[in-house]
Design a binder for this molecule. Sequence first.
Ligand SMILES: [Zn+2]
Length: 169
Amino acid sequence: MSLSLRAFDSKGLMTLPTPPASPPTVHIVCPHCQTTNRVAKADLAKATDCGQCHQALFSGQSVAMSETAFDKHLQRDQIPVLVDFWAPWCGPCRLMAPAYEQAAQQLEPQVRVAKVNTEEAKNLGARYNIRSIPTLALFLNGREIARQPGAMGAADIVRWTQSQLAQHR
Ligand SMILES: [Zn+2]
């Protein structure tokens, strides 16, 4: 067996060819089975399915989250997570619900749009010190970057979210 000496560097080590740069990816937690998917950034806008449960990662609708699901999204999602803290008995929350869905259509897939029912996920309301509902909160890499109490229209929700994110780029 003969090896070309040119394949060794001065320390006698083999040099491996540099691997081609892989396209940038983001971690997206599946809203159905909570599996973390690695998605090429270029593919985000396409209808991408979860590698585990094969359901769509984005549906243009808000995702109702339990405490466990919410924590997983905050820990692993590499896109911002917008949350509506609400409760079924809250009139302004119910009024804002259709506007929130319209905003979800516009914000996904750049933002994960979530809803947390503070009646069911009482710990979350306490942990994030939610004093009134509805309250919108915006998280980036697990950290809350902005919060806005009070009902808003769809256009205002989108504008508020995008302006907050613009300050954190
Ligand atoms: Zn899934």
